[in-house]
Design a protein around this ligand. Structure first.
Ligand code: GTP
Ligand code: SPV
Ligand code: MN
Length: 586
């Protein structure tokens, strides 16, 4: 008798008709074979074996360099259950449309069966997925990003408790590209893209879109959050999780080298992109990182901004769409100030600065988590780490102060639900357009966002010791268009203030939007920021916030009656607080 997994794999093979089926075991040999295969296919090169041992550069199709939200679908039976912020397709229609594309799509190709565990192998919070794919790049990447192969098959046994994901490169034509999720059946179908979150189905597709649906059914949370531990003098570690939209600083915050290390403040990494959270027996919300690697944005990463990443990626790493120097080393904008001469750009052509950047703006590195010297000793703790703070944030050139604290859980849910950010190169489309991105989950929530807000409010009622909720903005700009805050390792100063708030110590001022530090409450020793700049960074302009408040009102209307009353109340109260600011200070 065949197992549920074998039956599903057979059904995929009948549809896609591969020349060969390979079950992946997750071994090093297998990963090496995948790279050899990719090198033969012509889009991958081996990097300098001395300076970057076991590292590869992969060049994806030039039309396939980022997630494509326009062709990402939530296929629920009822349109309403996908909600106004998701693209929806009826399940039957999605199956029909995509089946036509999958029909024979693996002809003459190898089909790889990739079983994986999301979360530490020993954790009860972990879940199993199986991705079937015809891309060796996906196999090599999943080997780094998840606990892949034998370990997952052993845990699964003959059980049917896995999330199946069918992936094929198809013909890579953007017009025939679909990333479809069937949350009611816990199923993923993706065709026509080989890139990151479109193709590594364990990442955004399962660990967020499908998992967010499962989490609501089962009383936990699947969030687009990094997880870090802030060590303070004396060695105590306080855990925090932060949600920022794509390419807004999660990996960098999670892996930072603290500017206050000499004073005893140090940051430990548990995860850099996704957190699964559950209430523990101690009444705290506990977080695990479902992933095992980092798929990080390359441009802007250098020895100063992120030395932990720079040393981690010197071995066993995959680079995607970066440039390559004549020494066969990866290169990207922001790595050093003067670009090397004689370089190949991300498409493998001789680089010429007049033709634009050498590395693609969303070029990435893929590196095993354990290779970071900042990795926390508790990063694979089966019980997760207890979270004391949630941090939300985005890119806002104006308006949002460097940091503020929500008054309580319900107000914090409002702050998170109304956050906004300027779009980045991590998604196909215009860059720099401000959009609402609730909890940084706009592209990743697998169901109606209004119900998701309801789930957050419900969780708040069930957590005896809920995390404090903060909002940050590292990206505020002055009139000269330059960032006001130095960011990166200096962000620890803001984390330190949060820690002191958690401990009931730090000074703060109440404003209509929440609680803001007094300028003296932040440790600024050794920092080259004037007091005037600090005041600007912490300022709250009521007139601008009144406009923001109106815009949120319009955003909330999209959800109709389904929007929880608590958020409507918070919205009304914010409006009242903004209107009651004394005229002189407006
Ligand atoms: P995804 O992997 O797409 O989810 O992105 P992410 O949220 O992990 O963002 P990441 O840390 O990779 O940073 C994205 C870009 O923002 C990079 O170019 C960074 O150099 C830049 N960045 C990160 N942190 C800061 C900061 O504190 N200040 C400034 N100015 N830029 C930052
Ligand atoms: C993001 O876009 O949020 C990423 C990259 O982390 S991807 O895996 O492509 O989603
Ligand atoms: Mn990241």
């Amino acid at each position: 008798m065949s197992t549920p997994l074998e039956q599903w794999v057979e059904s995929v093979a009948r549809l896609t008709r591969p020349a060969k089926i390979t079950w992946c075991d997750g071994s090093e040999d297998e990963a090496a074979r995948m790279q050899e295969q990719l090198i033969r296919e012509g889009q991958t090169v081996r990097l300098n074996d001395k300076t970057y041992p076991n590292c590869y550069l992969h060049r994806s199709d030039p039309t396939d360099v980022a997630r494509t939200e326009k062709v990402t679908f939530i296929c629920t039976r009822e349109r309403e259950n996908a909600g106004p912020t998701n693209n929806w397709m009826a399940p039957a229609e999605a199956r029909q449309t995509l089946s036509r594309l999958f029909d024979g799509s693996m002809k003459d190709r190898t089909m790889y069966v990739v079983p994986y565990i999301l979360g530490p192998a020993a954790s009860p919070q972990s879940r199993i997925g199986v991705e079937v794919t015809d891309s060796a790049y996906v196999v090599a990447s999943m080997k780094i990003m998840s606990r892949m192969g034998k370990v997952a098959l052993d845990r699964l046994g003959s059980s049917s408790d896995f999330v199946p994901g069918m992936h094929s490169l198809g013909d890579l034509n953007p017009d025939r590209r679909y990333i479809a999720h069937f949350p009611e059946e816990k199923l993923i179908w993706s065709i026509g893209s080989g890139y990151g979150g479109n193709a590594l189905l364990g990442k955004k597709c399962f660990a967020l879109r499908i998992a967010s649906w499962m989490a609501r059914e089962q009383g936990w949370m699947a969030e687009h959050m990094l997880i870090l531990g802030l060590e303070s003098p004396g060695g105590k570690v306080t855990y925090m999780a932060a949600a920022f939209p794509s390419a807004c600083g999660k990996t960098n915050l999670a892996m930072m080298v603290s500017a206050l290390e000499n004073e005893g403040y140090r940051v430990w990494t548990i995860g850099d992109d996704i957190a699964w959270l559950q209430v523990g027996a101690d009444g705290y919300l506990h977080a695990i990182n479902p992933e095992a690697g980092f798929f990080g944005v390359a441009p802007g990463t250098n020895e100063k901004t992120n030395p932990n990443v720079m040393s981690a990626i010197r071995r066993n790493s995959i680079f995607t769409n970066t440039a390559m120097t004549s020494r066969q080393e990866p290169w990207w904008e922001g790595m050093d100030s003067i670009p090397p001469t004689d370089m190949l750009d991300w498409q493998g052509r001789q680089w010429d600065s007049s033709k634009g950047p050498a590395a693609q703006a969303n070029s990435r590195y893929t590196v095993p988590a354990v290779q970071s010297s900042s990795i926390s000793p508790r990063w694979e703790d089966p019980g997760g780490v207890p979270i004391s703070a949630f941090i939300f944030g985005g890119r806002r050139a104006r308006l949002a102060p460097l940091v503020y604290e929500a008054n309580n859980w319900q107000h914090g849910v409002y702050v998170a639900a109304t956050m906004a950010s300027e779009t980045t190169a991590a998604i196909t489309g215009a860059v720099g357009v401000t959009r609402r991105d609730p909890m940084a989950m706009l592209p990743f929530c697998g169901y109606n966002m209004a119900d998701y807000f309801g789930h957050w409010l419900e969780m708040g009622r069930n957590i005896p010791h809920p995390p404090k909720i903060f909002h940050v903005n590292w990206f505020r700009k002055g009139d000269d268009g330059k960032f006001l805050w130095p960011g990166y390792g200096e962000n620890v100063r803001v984390l330190k203030w949060m820690l002191e708030r958690i401990e009931g110590k730090a000074a703060a001022t109440e404003t209509p939007i929440g609680v803001v530090p007094t300028p003296d409450a932040l440790t600024l020793d050794g920092l080259d920021v004037t007091r005037k700049t600090m005041l600007e960074l912490l300022s709250v302009d009521p007139a601008a916030w009144i406009k923001e408040h109106e815009d949120v009102g319009r955003f909330f209307q999209e959800f109709g009656d389904r929007l929880p009353d608590e958020l409507r109340d918070e919205h009304r109260r914010l409006g009242e607080r903004l209107q009651s600011v004394p005229a002189g200070s407006k």
